[in-house]
Design a protein around this ligand. Structure first.
Ligand code: AMP
Length: 297
């Protein structure tokens, strides 16, 4: 695996495979790689001849300076994992390479960027994500770019910008990889103390509780969200947001009438975690609870 740090070297490394008509894959990451990233790289390896993994902790998408400072950085280990998963090129640029002096352009996807994660983290978050992903697509010019369903709203934002800007790339979404107890793998999990790690189980347990209710025929968003909320509170975790939304627009749903996304975020100590699950209405709706009849006097 070759490690390159400049756009020029990246283009140089990709020129021969591009000339030969190889399919080029890009897996954008912020490093501190884990099994979730591994699954994206392995899928890219299986589907494309040349696999580029980018490793860049994008300052533009962090609202809180402290969060950016705390974000884990382990390049040597990341290079080993990317190589073992099948990457051909690791693109690890500096902040100056990505944002040289005079940089003045932003990509903003209107609408969907304002909700949930956008509302919680501020407008700079998805502006930062959209801008850096557009730049990475321009730098590597991949045929396919791989993203995780774990960041479901990010996927919608990226699909929108790729479509709106006519970018010639296919977006492939891969399922969320979880720890044995259900916690979604995340670079941020490394920041949790043992006690916080135990409380973090509140997130998958909330998703499981909602999925169980949906499986039993429950369709009202309010009752599904209540079940999820109770599961979180049982571990003393207060959701930052907890919503049932349309998976394409992220507009809230009142009823589970078609496939909908239950998305949540919570802070465990200093660490902010997100997760989501797609829910489908059960074929058999739960019987409506009718109020008890009044006794006839
Ligand atoms: P990050 O390094 O957190 O920016 O993530 C890089 C890519 O890996 C994004 O497309 C994420 O959605 C994806 N990803 C992160 N965690 C997981 C996971 N547990 N399962 C699958 N994909 C993931």
């Amino acid at each position: 695996m070759r490690v390159v740090r400049t756009v020029e070297d990246l283009r140089g490394a990709l020129a021969p495979p591009r000339r030969d008509g190889s399919r080029i894959a890009l897996v954008p990451t912020m490093g501190a790689l884990h099994e979730g990233h591994h699954s994206l790289i392995a899928r890219a390896r299986a589907e494309c001849e040349t696999v580029v993994v980018s490793l860049f902790v994008n300052p533009a998408q962090f609202g809180e300076h402290a969060d950016l400072q705390r974000y884990p950085r382990r390049e040597r280990r990341d290079a080993d994992l990317a190589s073992a998963a099948g990457a051909d090129v690791l693109f690890a640029p500096s902040a100056e390479e990505v944002y040289p002096p005079g940089f003045a352009t932003a990509v903003e996807v209107l609408g969907v960027s304002d909700r949930l994660e956008g509302a919680a983290r501020g407008p700079e978050h998805f502006r930062g994500v959209s801008t850096v992903v557009t730049k990475l697509l321009g730098m590597a010019m991949p045929d396919v770019a791989y993203f995780g369903q774990k960041d479901a709203q990010q996927v919608v934002v990226i699909r929108r910008l790729v479509s709106d800007l006519n970018l010639p790339v296919r977006i492939q979404v891969c399922p969320t990889v979880r720890e044995p107890d259900g916690l979604a793998m995340s670079s941020r999990n490394a920041q949790l103390s043992p006690d916080e790690r135990a409380r973090a189980r509140a997130l998958p347990e909330a998703l499981q509780a909602a999925a169980r209710h949906a499986g039993e025929g429950q369709r009202s968003a309010q009752s599904l969200l209540e079940a999820a909320r109770e599961a979180m509170l049982a571990r003393d975790v207060e959701p930052e947001y907890l919503e049932l939304v349309d998976p394409e627009t992220f507009e809230p749903c009142e009823e589970l009438e078609r496939e909908s996304l239950l998305a949540l975020a919570a802070r465990i100590g200093q660490t902010r975690l997100i997760d989501n699950v797609l829910l489908r209405p059960s074929a058999v709706p739960a019987p409506r609870q009718t109020p008890p009849r009044k006794a006839i006097a």
